[in-house]
Design a protein around this ligand. Sequence first.
Ligand code: PCA
Length: 203
Amino acid sequence: MKILVTGFDPFGGEAINPSMEAVLALPSKIGDATLIKVILPTKFREAGEILMREIEAHQPDAVVSIGQAGGRSAITPERVAVNLRDASIPDNGGVQPTDETIFPEAPTAYFATLPIKKIVATLKEAGIPATISNTAGTFVCNEVMYTVLHEAAQKRPAMTAGFIHIPFTEEQAAKKPEGTPFLTKEVILQGIITALKVVSMEQ
Ligand code: PCA
């Protein structure tokens, strides 16, 4: 089976994006799954368009997108994506939409089709902090999750998809006020590998 895994480039003044670092550090195979790795720009529209082209090119069985959620302290598979853009900062193209729908006439929301409960349980068993998140926000990560779930609902019923937010790394937290939550790069990488193993076994 094929899993398409995506990360994002740095945004919001950060020097790195832990999702990009982790995705690039992943092996090319996990269990029976071959990984296809793609780094998306943190830009409205373009990120989703690039991902749709990669899905068309590779025809993956599953799509797992990863993004940074600074301030969180655990690995958080997202339950839901909403049909909304509402940005509190500009994206990497300087675009900052307010109260816009992503696709007019499309459903208000989609639920992830990844086995999110199993991913959280398996991460916890492995000693990695994890919890389900009930909001992917209204920035570029939510848009990417919504776009892929919309594509799956419309055209690719066999393809499972979803999004996992990860915290800052130690390197990022070291530059922020004391108490800023983080997980180490190593734990984040192990967490993503563990999540992908679960996805590969569920297919
Ligand atoms: N996190 C942002 C976009 C890119 C990323 O890594 C978000 O949560 O929307």
